[in-house]
Design a binder for this molecule. Sequence first.
Ligand SMILES: Cc1ncc(COP(=O)(O)O)c(C=O)c1O
Length: 552
Amino acid sequence: MHNLRDDIQLAEPSDRLTDIMTLFSRSEATLLTERELEVRVDAIVQAFVNAKAISTDIDLVTIADQFTDSQIPLTACNVDQYFNELTSNVVSHSIHTSSPQFIGHMTTALPYFVRPLGKLMMAMNQNVVKVETAKTFSFYERQALAMLHRLIYGRSDDFYRQHIQTSESTLGILTTGGTLANITALWCARNAALKPQADFAGVEQEGLLAALEFYGYKGAVIIGSSLMHYSFEKAAGLLGIGDRNLLKIPVDHNHHMDVQVLRKTVAECRDRKQLILAIVGIAGSTESGSIDPLAEIAVIAREAKVHFHVDAAWGGPVLFSEQHAHKLAGIEHADSVTIDGHKQLYLPIGIGMVLLRNPHLAALIEKNASYTVRKDSIDLGKRSLEGSRPGMILFLQAALKLIGQQGYALLIDAGIQKTQYLANQIRQRPEFELLLEPELNLLLYRYIPEPFRQKLATRTLTQAEQQSINDFNELLQNAQRQAGKTFISRTTLSINLYGQKQAIVALRAVIANPLTTKADIDAVLADQLQTAAQLPVVVSPEHANSEVTCDR
Ligand SMILES: Cc1ncc(COP(=O)(O)O)c(C=O)c1O
């Protein structure tokens, strides 16, 4: 490879600035090196995105050991050597999230066009915090957010004409993910509930303590189901509510929030003079893809005059599907909705958004600075938790146009259909137990070692035996992951199984990768069965204290 950096270490001090300048220059030599690197990176990219295995079987301790040097190199290193190290130490052991047999997390294959667009985004290096560094991107972002707003709320052409590019209106806020979208939504909700009034300047100015006192509350809570994503704990902490005041309503056997308990909890909060900042409904829970009864929750929130937030980070794009959109009925009554771009919109990691029913709600979180985000400006950084932000909107705009509503509908329908296929495979095999009927494209199941199958059939498993099954499933998931051929994730659920509430270790499949076929699903299960056959089953004390090997 042509190498610009070869001589740097030998250069005289007076030459070093010139050497460093070559990194930024547009000289022929620099261009040549850039092209060579691009060709090299292209080859790495192709191999990476086409890989079927999930990863190598290197263990995490060995990886950590490779990254223990804390010295910043004094002088620039050789670019060729740097790329060799990058490839062998980092890229080669990374997770192939686009593998069709990586069906355990919400991160998946990307459409081809995001890769060249990524290069364009980096080269343009727009900073969407302000119009002075993002002259077109600011408006481009507002347009895409209006499209997603329309998908949820379906307001009139006039409504969108009025708000889409009006500085005072905010139809949505782009974030780096669902966590920040949820936090932003609750920040808006808090400021709306404790807004300025008469000579009280509002919670944002005066702080939570003064605000609660002014409004006569004895504390504040956020209410959602026990399956709420942990980002709400971050929100509760950051907003000064406290994790303890994140009230978690139990779910029924379908993982849906129990609305009777919700109603009771709302009344109790009222009696205790606690401010309810928001009621959160989930459209596609992280653990199982379950969808809360959004329409019923909306009624309760409306009656109680409480902000209704829907976390549709996962399930939002289901709205594209004619066949399945009805499952999200009621989402249109939400005051705010989170959708992750890097989940089922098939965009690269680093894009989420919150859509706001009231275009003026976000005025309550506005900040200004004299050098930028000025009051009368169109700067997006005025009403955003983050400051500098990259032009991720390039990906969202491209996907909305190059995949389109029908394309997304096909992808969603296919994922749900393949999940039904997996559910059927699991039902048919005595080695597995389906733990929950899948509502979307997440599925929970577990492996039942042979010594326990009879008792499972007769529903007579003891607590100790359940624990043995839990231990086995943990072992199985670890072994499958470590081998690196296929991947399914794991979670622990506190669920009602056979009339008894217990902690169950579940294997969790997420079937969102458009490249995953039925044959891939079969291969993942086959790998799991083969792995299980190698593992010891520790039978619970009532059975024996011995170890037996599982048959399959
Ligand atoms: C339902 C739900 N909400 C929020 C989040 C947080 O999203 P992110 O990881 O993009 O911050 C997730 C992530 O898995 C999720 O499943």
